[in-house]
Design a protein. Structure first.
Lengths: 172, 152, 656
């Protein structure tokens, strides 16, 4: 047995193992967030009550955009939290809900059942969702006064996250 | 969530009768399909949007079709999606920077393999010429002799 | 109660395996026959314990004992019995338990087959298998414990993964794949034994070859069945998407195939010993890597089982085996020197060498593409994807190169060729290849790659046929004997060679079918009102109505359509969407009308509740059925190559 050669070659494969180990640290299903710091994509959508709404109309105000659907179980979890925040920060922060891959009727039913304090928009062909790089619901975007996307929550919002990010977009 | 790629609840898909696809010419349709073949469907994790039956993929394909109809170039359309979903959305890494490796290494390996074989065979050929022809070579000289080697 | 029983059995299995490993290595080095006997007994005991543990689990699934974690996770009172049994391998923990059972089966048969032979090697081989068995027993008793108690005991469970109980192929495809994966442990152990012993005697090559052929055949069938399953269930008209999990099964297959070829050169020319052994070791390592990729969630894939704690355990095992293999290979390689040498560039050994290097490059490419996202994430912090367009671009030339070599290789003689003889031998195959191209053009095919495939396949198929039937012809003529008895005699003495050619023919058939089905598939998507029709190629599809059916485990919605070909009604089809309780998204059952020349494939995308309208995607996919048809051909080839020689044919060979 040539031990020296054996050991040296054995350790040559370590980088590969380290690479695989590193792979553990990452969530393979997460879609990267590339809009960070970029201007938020503009949109013009119809609200549930029928008026046209565009992002420009909220210029100078911080905006929270929440993509959701009535068929989405996790969306129910964060619904009340978002409603409370929308009530509390009314006038300071704009809370927009965007209905994703859902019918108007189902969305209205859902909101009648669970309550609503936000402006709800319809995105029938998901153009706006694609513009924001949405890959599933719920997903929330935080936009500051300058109209830049500051943060994306790729899942259910926690109160800490929500209020922490709200503070940031209200500050700058 | 794991099997979201099968998200075929497209019960709500109707209402968009005039999909952009139907307005495309043959060449434009081919162009859109080529673009759709390299874009990854975000809810399927690994399938191109042109193949996937998921609603998200169908909608992304619509965006591609519309942009093709509006006369945007392949590069512009792909860059649009990269701007939204990152390089991750591209099923075929761009041959730039670090990614060059994934394109270069396999052909390089093949080239090295060829070189190795030519090198070994030429060495062998010279030796064979100097030494005497060993039995292996000559016994093969006729067709029938080879046929006799049924026991491989 | 059952849980305690199951877990005790696993711990028992673990104990037997550990004991066997120690006895085996110790006995092997000290040449102590008593210890070796115990090592061999431990194998049977391990297998019995594993069998019993699996029996307990199946029983628990059948009686719906939801106090056991795995049953609570995958069991359901509404699942049909057949799928309840199959749920043993439908989820992570159960599939690893099942893995243990297969491992037990393999090593018992291996041990029994060679109980009185290869005394110098067997201890090391058995000990290595014991070591692998210890790992799996540990995995089942700890990180992937399926027998964990659940409290409070639920009334009912969610049932197995809906995707897996959606199609009957799921009953056969995973076991086939596992038989392939697990079986690679045996050649690994054989190779390790050779390296530990420091020599690779002629006699030890045969077990190595035969025990690689078995898992290779299972893996081949498993991979094709996997493609078939994807085709019948996923509804996108495709069968292979270069998904990390598919790659995980393809990688060991590539390595094992390379081995099956390199061993021919090794036996014949006494060269490539180290290379051959490395291929065997890699095949096993790649199965472990594949399992790691599938089960740990490191890779982005639709098939991945949920993320779990078994990832790190697997990584440690992979690390140990990898370092051990590479170290062993490096430390022992000088003992396995080549005795022969390569002939000229146009010799058969060069063709084999090239074949092996192409396989190696192929394996490397697939591996690189699969782990590349990890690389960029680690080095650049950017997440990229490597998918179908990349792999297709890389795999097509490599695949065609392999077909070319399959055609040229058998024509080239060992050693030094004579050019004039060579050219004569190329004429007929080349002619047939060109004829195939002309035929393709006349049929209206215009894709360059498809025509190139026709040329190469025509060439290679002819070579294979000449190689199979030609020798007997010249022998029969020479001796003026009737043809078939001569052929049969040659067939019996040269089974491996004939088996190899049968497998090659299967590959040619598959390559052609893949090339044509990929290049000439057409699809169209339409939304139809009742009575409306859509048109694809020669087919007219008319929507009639939608039907919903409540089945025990699912609610199924089917769209009934009439299908006409050139205005002649050829039947009714019903693409379906199935709704499972546990799953929001429905799972499709595409309707496939299979014909010899093409498949009509309908996928139901959506429907309206009042039946007024459906959206259907229709595909016409030429020649797809020829991919599945290769399965029996592959199996036949493997069997022919594997079948041991009878004494009589050995005697005949001695005479000849």
């Amino acid at each position: 047995m040539n031990w020296r050669r054996a050991w040296i070659s054995g350790f040559l494969v370590l980088p590969f193992l380290v690479l695989l180990a590193l792979g553990f640290g990452t969530d393979p299903h997460a879609v990267p967030f590339v809009l960070k710091g970029e201007p938020a994509p503009a949109f013009r959508l119809e609200s549930l009550s029928g008026e046209p709404v565009s992002l420009e109309s909220y210029q100078g105000k911080p905006v929270v955009m929440n993509f959701w659907a009535s068929w989405c179980e996790p969306c129910k979890l964060e619904h009340r939290l978002l409603q409370n925040a929308a009530r509390r920060f009314a006038g300071e922060v704009v809370f927009l809900g965007v209905v994703y891959q859902d019918t108007k009727e189902a969305a209205v039913d859902f909101l009648n059942k669970y309550g609503n304090e936000m402006t709800q928009l319809l995105d029938p062909d998901s153009k706006t969702a694609i513009d924001y790089g949405v890959s599933g619901v719920p997903e929330s975007f935080f936009i500051n006064r300058k109209g830049q996307v500051v943060y994306k929550e790729p899942g259910v919002l926690t109160p800490e996250r929500l209020f922490g990010e709200l503070e940031k977009i209200m500050r700058d | 969530m794991r099997y979201l790629y099968l998200g075929i609840i497209v019960v709500f898909l109707f209402g968009q009768e005039s999909r952009a696809e139907s307005r495309l010419t043959g060449a434009e349709k081919a162009k859109a399909e080529a673009i759709g073949a390299v874009l990854r469907c975000p809810v399927c994790q690994g399938m191109p949007i042109v193949d996937s039956p998921a609603k998200m993929a169908i909608e992304m394909m619509d965006v591609v079709n519309e942009k093709v109809a509006a006369g945007e170039s392949e590069e512009e359309i792909i860059n649009y999606f990269i701007g939204r979903y990152g390089e991750w959305v591209l099923l075929r890494p761009t041959a730039k920077g670090f990614n060059v490796l994934v394109w270069i290494l396999p052909p390089l390996a093949l080239l090295l393999a060829f070189a190795f074989i030519v090198y070994r065979a030429r060495g062998a050929g010279k030796r064979e010429a100097v030494e005497d022809k060993s039995g292996d070579g000559s016994e093969d000289s006729t067709l029938d002799a080879v046929r006799k080697e049924v026991e491989l | 109660m059952l849980g305690v029983l199951g877990r005790s059995l696993i711990l028992l299995a673990c104990a037997f395996a550990s004991c066997g490993a120690i006895c085996g290595y110790w006995g092997g080095f000290k040449r102590d026959t008593r210890l070796l006997k115990w090592s061999s007994r431990c194998i049977y005991l391990f297998s019995l314990a594993m069998l019993a543990a699996n029996g307990v689990m199946v029983y628990a699934l059948l009686v719906h004992d939801f106090s056991i974690s795995y049953v609570a996770q995958v069991g359901s009172r509404s699942t049909p019995t057949l799928f309840t049994i199959a749920s043993l391998w439908s989820s992570l923990e159960g599939s690893i338990l099942f893995w243990g059972l297969i491992l037990g089966g393999y090593i018992s048969v291996f041990n029994f087959a060679y109980r009185n032979r290869y005394r110098a090697y067997m201890p090391f081989a058995l000990a290595t298998l014991h070591f692998i068995a210890v790992f799996f027993a540990l995995l089942i008793s700890g990180p992937a414990d399926p027998f964990e108690p659940v409290f409070p005991v639920p009334e009912d469970g969610p049932g197995p993964n809906a995707l897996l109980q959606n199609h009957i192929l799921m009953l056969i495809h995973p076991p086939m794949l596992y038989l392939g994966y697990v079986g690679m442990s045996v050649p690994f152990a054989i190779a390790v034994a050779a390296l530990l012993k420091g020599e690779l005697a002629e006699g030890w090559l045969k077990p190595l070859r035969q025990w690689t052929l078995i898992p290779w055949a299972f893996l081949t069938v498993g991979i094709i069945l996997g493609g078939w399953w994807a085709y019948e269930v996923l509804g996108w008209g495709g069968y292979w998407a270069w998904d990390p999990v598919e790659n995980a099964s393809f990688l060991p297959w590539l390595a094992a195939t390379a081995y099956l070829h390199s061993t021919i050169v090794q036996e014949r020319k006494k060269i490539l010993k180290v290379w051959t052994l490395s291929l065997v070791l890699s095949a096993f390592l790649l199965t472990i890597l594949g399992t790691f990729m599938t089960r740990s969630g490191v890779f982005n894939s639709v098939h991945s089982f949920t993320q779990s704690s078994i990832g790190p355990t697997f990584l440690v095992f992979l690390g140990i085996v990898l370092i051990f293999s590479v170290g062993l290979l490096a430390g022992r390689s000088h003992l396995l020197e080549s005795e022969g040498r390569v002939g000229s560039l146009l010799s058969r050994e060069s063709a084999f060498l090239l074949n092996n290097l192409v396989f190696a490059v192929f394996t490397f490419t697939v591996l690189l593409g699969t782990v590349f996202p990890l690389l960029t994430e680690a080095f650049k912090g950017v997440r990229v994807s490597v998918g179908e367009p990349y792999f297709n671009k890389m795999a097509v030339p490599l695949g065609l190169l392999l077909v070319f070599l399959m055609g040229v290789g058998p024509v080239l003689p060992w050693g030094q060729p004579r050019l004039d003889v060579l050219l004569k031998r190329f004429l007929l195959p080349l002619g047939v290849g060109l004829l195939a191209v002309v035929g393709g053009v006349l049929l209206g095919l215009d894709d360059v790659l498809v025509l190139l495939t026709f040329l190469l396949v025509g060439f290679a198929t002819t070579t294979s046929f000449i190689e199979m039937f030609g020798p007997a012809l010249s022998r029969a003529r020479e001796r003026q004997e009737p043809y078939w008895p001569v052929f049969w005699r040659m067939f019996k003495t040269g089974r491996r060679r004939y088996g190899g050619h049968i497998v090659h023919l299967a590959v040619f058939m598959m390559v052609t079918a893949i090339a044509v089905s990929q290049s000439y598939k057409t699809s169209i998507e339409a939304s139809l009102k009742q009575g409306e029709s859509m048109q694809i190629n020669d087919y007219t599809i008319t929507y009639k109505t939608t039907e919903g059916r409540q089945e025990p485990h699912r609610f199924s919605v089917g769209a009934l359509v009439d299908v006409f070909k050139n205005d002649v009604r050829i039947g009714e089809m019903e693409p379906k969407l199935n709704y499972y309780q546990t799953q929001r998204e429905p799972i499709g059952t595409p309707a496939v009308k299979t014909m010899a020349s093409e498949d009509l494939y309908l996928s139901l995308l959506s429907f309206e509740k009042d039946r007024s309208r459906v959206a259907i995607k229709a595909y016409v996919l030429p020649m797809v059925v020829w991919i599945w048809v290769t399965i029996p051909l592959f199996v036949l080839g493997a069997c022919v190559a594997f079948w041991p020689k009878t004494r009589r044919s050995q005697a005949e060979k001695a005479q000849a």
